[in-house]
Design a binder for this molecule. Structure first.
Ligand code: AHR
Length: 508
């Protein structure tokens, strides 16, 4: 095809740290993410740890999930935490009006979520209710979770069987307040965020990282309103910011939301439209960051993308409110280019959460509700291949020549995306070839360090539509991949021929 990219990576010139929290997850009370995904209950015949599905936890441990956001999403703003503590049989029921209008029995609540985080080794990111809750309710939830001793909430927790407080590092102040979280204007929400944050106390040694709910997609004016409301972030005489980060959400939706396309049946045009949307994430992060830079040039306020991923139509004959979609090679490549963008903006982007971990939207794992079987999705494999980037130092990749792009209805799409990082003596290079049909030859010049060995791995499949199912769970799996390397005293040149629609990592 003649597609070719040349690049230089200097192994000695490191950039900002890629926080492991960029690989965070999101689990909402939505469809079969919690119920039938993570939680099967203590009476289930499916093997579990205190009601939490064992096979799901085991599969996810490989991903080293750094943090888990819960209980929503839109659900967070109608969730009342007291309904989900105490003896399960006595817990009140409610209607989950956002997601399928189903009855929620509150059997998965605070203690169950903290047990899940424990099993996964993930840090909890709890999202509080601003839309239909109160300041007192949220403040008491923090006390219930994190305070030691005999305070009213600590005693209530003890009476429910948990003496010791938990550690909760991350706290969200509402969700999508411009939409399902209360249909507010930015300035109105900014005032509320200050008010709520004031009463989100640090108890004992627990220090909260408070995250204000931010923009939809490219609504930079929302970010600007929140930044303005803080005042001078770095002036010594000004009060400290009430929150430590601002979030935003960005979904990859190839066609308008009211006509979402199929996760499995899509044309080449749909495929490229998806990739154009996915690659927009780079500009969107940068521009939210540009706005923040005006008010906070020292980057002390973090940017958090706490919902991202593909949003397709639901699988036939499933509840439209459950957002259950299949996951193909296309989704995997959406994930890999997002991670490259995250790495490039690691100086401002401190956390990201894929929506959602199990059975909802761009999931890692699809479970069979009746049996002890699950499917690992192509997206799962991208997360697994990238574990080496967690907490590594980013390495800038200098593209010196590029002949790999495609004109998609007048829009130029770069079909190759590369990022790299270094941890100790090891470097990890990630390379995505988005082209649906053509392979690309990539020549990398690795300088500034002696390369002893290169080990390649590849995630690819017959077609962009390839996916794993219960009947055929290994259509898309990771394999070893040949990397030709040639060391000289000036560095090491590495040559890779990356097949169409593939994701490759090279461990150096
Ligand atoms: O992830 C599904 C939903 O998408 C979330 O509940 C909401 O925050 C967003 O609109």
């Amino acid at each position: 095809s003649g597609k070719h990219v040349n690049g230089v990576i200097d192994l000695d010139v490191t950039g900002p740290k890629i926080s492991r929290h960029l690989y965070g997850h999101f689990a909402e009370h939505l469809g079969r993410c919690i119920y039938g995904g993570f939680w099967v209950g203590e009476d289930s015949k499916i093997p579990h740890e205190g009601g939490i599905r064992r096979d799901v936890v085991e599969a996810l441990r490989t991903l080293r999930i750094p943090n888990l956001r819960w209980p929503g999403g839109c659900f967070a703003d109608e969730y009342h935490w007291r309904d989900g503590v105490g003896p399960r049989a006595a817990r009140p029921r409610m209607v989950n009006s956002h997601w399928g209008d189903v009855v929620e029995d509150n059997s998965f609540g605070t203690h169950e979520f903290m047990a899940l985080c424990d099993l996964l080794g993930a840090e909890p990111y709890v999202n509080g209710n601003v839309g239909s809750g109160t300041v007192r309710e949220m403040s008491e939830w923090v006390e219930y979770l994190t305070r030691e001793g005999d305070s009213p909430m600590a005693s209530l927790r003890s009476s429910h069987g948990r003496e010791k407080p938990w550690r909760v590092p991350f706290w969200g102040i509402g969700n999508e307040p411009w939409g399902c979280g209360g249909r507010m204007k930015a300035d109105a929400y900014a005032d509320l965020a200050h008010q709520y944050a004031t009463y989100l106390r640090d108890h004992g040694e627990n220090t909260l990282y408070r995250i204000a709910a931010g923009a939809r997609d490219d609504d930079y004016s929302w970010t600007e309103s929140l930044m303005k409301s803080i005042g001078c972030v770095t002036c010594p005489e000004s009060p400290q910011s009430p929150y430590q980060a601002i979030s935003f959400h960005y979904y990859t939706i190839p066609v308008p939301r009211d006509t979402v396309g199929s996760a499995l049946e899509f044309s080449a045009d749909d495929y490229y439209a998806t990739m154009i949307q996915a690659r927009r994430i780079d500009e969107i992060i940068r521009r939210h960051g540009d706005v923040m830079d005006i008010y906070d040039p020292q980057k002390s306020i973090g940017l958090v993308l706490d919902e991202w991923g593909t949003w397709h139509g639901v699988e036939p004959e499933t509840n439209p409110g459950f957002l259950y979609q299949q996951n193909t090679m296309r989704d995997a490549l959406v994930a890999s280019v997002h991670f490259d963008a995250f790495h490039a903006h690691a100086d401002r982007l401190v956390m990201a959460n894929i929506a959602q971990t199990v059975n909802v939207l761009q999931a890692m794992v699809l479970t069979d509700p009746e049996n002890n079987t699950l499917v690992l999705t192509p997206t799962y494999h991208v997360f697994a291949m990238n574990v080496g980037h967690h907490d590594a130092l980013s390495l800038p990749v200098h593209i010196t020549s590029r002949a790999a792009d495609r004109n998609v209805n007048g829009v130029q799409l770069d079909t190759v995306s590369i990022s790299a990082s270094r941890k100790g003596e090891n470097a990890l290079v990630s390379l995505t070839n988005l082209d649906a049909d053509d392979a690309v030859l990539v020549d990398l010049d690795l300088r500034g360090g002696a390369v002893v060995e290169c080990h390649g791995r590849i995630l690819t499949a017959d077609s962009t539509r390839s996916h794993n199912t219960f009947e055929s769970p290994e259509e898309v799996v990771v394999r070893d991949f040949d990397v030709a390397s040639d060391a000289s005293r000036y560095g090491t040149s590495v040559r890779l021929e990356i097949p169409a629609h593939s994701y490759v990592t090279v461990q150096v």
